[in-house]
Design a protein around this ligand. Structure first.
Ligand SMILES: N[C@@H](CCC(=O)N[C@@H](CS)C(=O)NCC(=O)O)C(=O)O
Length: 258
């Protein structure tokens, strides 16, 4: 059985959980808490020396990078049915996966740190924080946690992230005008990659952004209705109190998009 090291509230882990569910691969989970810094414990750094989730352990070894993992799962367990056969469509699919990794994920991080992680880490002393961060192999990642705990709320970073996410939505809107899925005629790894954004925007009280783009909004609803989307979510999430304040977020959206 494959073993997935993941965090329930990690965007990139969501992608892999959804892919596992979509294909129907049984998996054994090792859930880490990123706000308890489990990912910086020596036992996890032995699995992924980058100190990031997700990581997938299979018989042959460990795979990291969510898009690489999803392509592997589809190829090893699903005869590549989640990747278009046509070379051009497959290249478009890879574009969406790359866009999620290089544009969407970096854009999601400032709102996640400012709106969600900051309140969760409030009260952590600078000393306790540095103790944990001293093991972080990525200085820029350590800096994001440091800012979440020690720096004031960064409204400008959140506003510029909202603008970037809005631009991505306009691209989704064009891609799904007149069809169900992002690439070709079938649901693919591209939809799984971008589904993570659907889930995260909900968690950050930013789902209202979809309203500006009717085709993208309809796509986001189709994605959210897939059983694999529900299975990828944290169990018992519904009804859990969120640290995010929706009224405050609405104000930031108004400022970002006018
Ligand atoms: N490109 C990597 C990014 C992995 C990544 O950044 N994961 C985040 C959670 S979504 C993480 O582990 N954050 C912990 C940290 O920054 O210390 C992938 O797609 O797997």
């Amino acid at each position: 059985m494959v073993v997935l090291h993941h965090a329930w509230d990690s965007l990139q882990s969501f992608k892999v959980r959804m892919c596992l569910a979509e294909i129907g691969i049984p998996w054994d989970g090792r859930a880490l808490s990123l706000t308890d810094f489990d990912h910086l414990e020596p036992r996890y750094l032995a699995v992924n020396p980058d100190g990031l989730v997700p990581a997938l352990e299979v018989e042959e070894g460990v795979l990291t990078e969510s898009s690489t993992i999803n392509a592997y799962l589809d190829e090893a367990f699903n005869s590549s049915r989640l990747q278009p056969g046509d070379a051009f469509a497959r290249a478009r699919m890879r574009w969406w996966c790359h866009h999620e990794d290089t544009v969407v994920h970096p854009a999601i991080r400032p709102p996640t740190f400012n709106l969600y992680i900051k309140p969760l880490l409030a009260g952590l002393s600078a000393e306790a924080l540095e103790n944990r961060l001293s093991r972080h192999p990525r200085p820029e990642r350590a800096a994001a946690y440091r800012a979440a705990v020690l720096a004031p709320f960064d409204g400008m970073a959140v506003i510029s992230a909202i603008r970037s996410l809005d631009l991505t939505m306009s691209r989704i809107d064009q891609a799904v005008a007149g069809r169900d899925w992002l690439v070709g005629g079938a649901f693919s790894l591209a939809d799984i990659a971008m589904a993570a954004m659907v889930e995260r925007l909900e968690m950050l009280a930013l789902s209202g952004l979809w309203e500006r783009y009717p085709h993208a909004r309809a796509w986001s609803c189709r994605v959210a209705q897939r059983p694999s989307f529900m299975l990828a979510r944290a169990p018992g999430e519904a009804g859990k109190p969120s640290p995010v304040n929706p009224a405050f977020v609405r104000g930031l959206v108004a400022e970002a998009l006018g």
